[in-house]
Design a protein around this ligand. Structure first.
Ligand code: ADP
Length: 381
């Protein structure tokens, strides 16, 4: 039973056995055919030679036996040669087929044990080469996922540490009598707790967005009406800070197939940032237009701007240009990451542009329009 199991578990042995079976069957068929044809062939031969050797039955019998021995000997030599070839070919095939499979088996065990850097050698254009390439692609994805997971844990721990340290310092101050136990102190504590709460909410949203779990409910959206609604809702906050909020959207815009609530969420986020990073006396403009078969919405501000070296990173999670400033404003550095995921889930793109520090920023999102013909230019003032 053990031998049987070992045999079944070894592909090399099974390949070798299959070659031997072919050799055996081939030899058996040859032998049977020779046996079957021999009497007829011999009697024809003897009939032709009768004139020379006479009609001696002993001689005929001797001829028959000699002929059969010769055939058997030839068959034996041929079968041995074929058996040897089978061994050679199975050794070669085993190295060529079983070798890479074993390597992948070993690599997959290492990956399962947590070594995500494992890769296998990609040789040949055949199915085995294709399998090795697919294996390496899978390993690469696993490695990236693992790196993202580790980075996320590090980032989250870092983000939690700051508000927790503040709360701890405030409470210790009260306990030690350094800080008064008055509403102002507790208001500070409450602010830090709100920050933690917001962070937790943002993290849930981020993880859902990153794993593609946010289900979009598409409908035909009137973008002009949507922008007007969001602008109207946020206007009081802009007025309170003394930042002008304007809309520059043409009357005629094609409707967009999108998840209305998500577009509202993205726009609210961009306008919230624009308000936060624009000092009073500044101006924020929301534009919408059609370009290159896309419906584009831009939020343009005259605020603090973004230095060129930060621009490529601001959509990365937890990235803040000015850590202390943004944090004191309650920003978690996740808003733009979520916005990017949501726009991309619509098949769109989002990008930022800025002339530099102190020269304002423009955030533009582009949603693909399918089958639209109208193409109004952006409204310029
Ligand atoms: P936060 O919650 O910190 O605002 P975001 O992901 O929304 O996080 O933004 C990331 C960073 O991008 C911000 O911390 C800020 O430094 C920068 N940023 C975003 N919007 C603007 C803007 N309108 N003007 C200048 N900087 C901006």
């Amino acid at each position: 039973m053990r031998w049987g199991d070992a045999f079944r578990q070894r592909l090399g042995w099974r390949l070798f056995a299959s070659y031997l079976v072919v050799v055996f069957v081939g030899t058996a068929v040859l032998a049977a055919t020779a046996e079957f044809h021999m009497p007829a062939a011999l009697s024809r031969h003897v009939a032709r030679m009768q004139a020379l050797v006479g009609d001696d039955p002993a001689l005929v019998q001797d001829l028959y036996e000699t002929y059969r021995d010769a055939v058997n000997e030839i068959l034996f030599v041929a079968a041995s040669a074929a058996g040897g070839t089978a061994i050679g070919i199975s050794l070669f095939t085993t190295r060529r087929i079983v070798g890479p499979i074993r390597e992948m088996m070993w690599a997959s065990r290492r990956i399962a044990a947590g070594d995500y850097r494992m890769r296998v050698v990609e040789i040949g254009a055949d199915e085995l080469g294709e399998l090795a390439r697919a294996f390496n692609r899978m390993a690469e994805t696993l490695e990236q996922t693992e790196q993202r997971r580790l980075a996320l844990i590090g980032d989250v721990a870092h983000e939690l540490r700051t508000p927790l340290a503040s709360i701890r310092a405030l409470i210790e101050g009260v306990v030690d009598g350094v800080l008064p136990a008055d509403p102002a102190t507790f208001l500070e504590v409450q602010r830090e707790i709100s920050r933690l709460q917001r962070l937790a909410d943002d993290l849930v949203e981020l993880s859902r967005a990153e794993t593609g779990e946010i289900a979009l409910e598409f409908s035909s959206v009137d973008i002009r009406a949507l922008i007007a609604r969001v602008v109207g809702r946020l206007r009081p906050q802009f007025d309170a800070k003394g930042v002008m909020l304007r809309m520059a959207v043409p009357e005629e815009l094609p409707s967009l197939q999108a998840d209305e609530n998500r577009v509202v969420q993205i726009l609210t986020n961009l306008l919230g940032n624009a308000l936060q990073y624009t000092p009073s006396g500044g101006r924020v403009t929301v534009r919408a237009w059609v370009e290159a078969d896309e419906l584009r919405i831009a939020v343009e501000d005259t605020g603090i701007g973004i230095a060129p070296e930060h621009l490529p990173h601001i959509f990365e999670r937890f990235y803040r240009v000015d850590r202390s400033r943004s944090r004191s404003g309650g920003g978690s550095g996740i808003g733009l990451t979520i916005a990017r995921h949501l726009v991309e889930a619509h098949g769109g793109r989002i990008w930022a542009a800025s002339e530099g520090v102190g020269r304002g920023s423009t955030f533009t999102m582009a949603f693909p329009l399918s089958g639209s013909t109208a193409s109004p230019e952006p409204v310029r003032d």
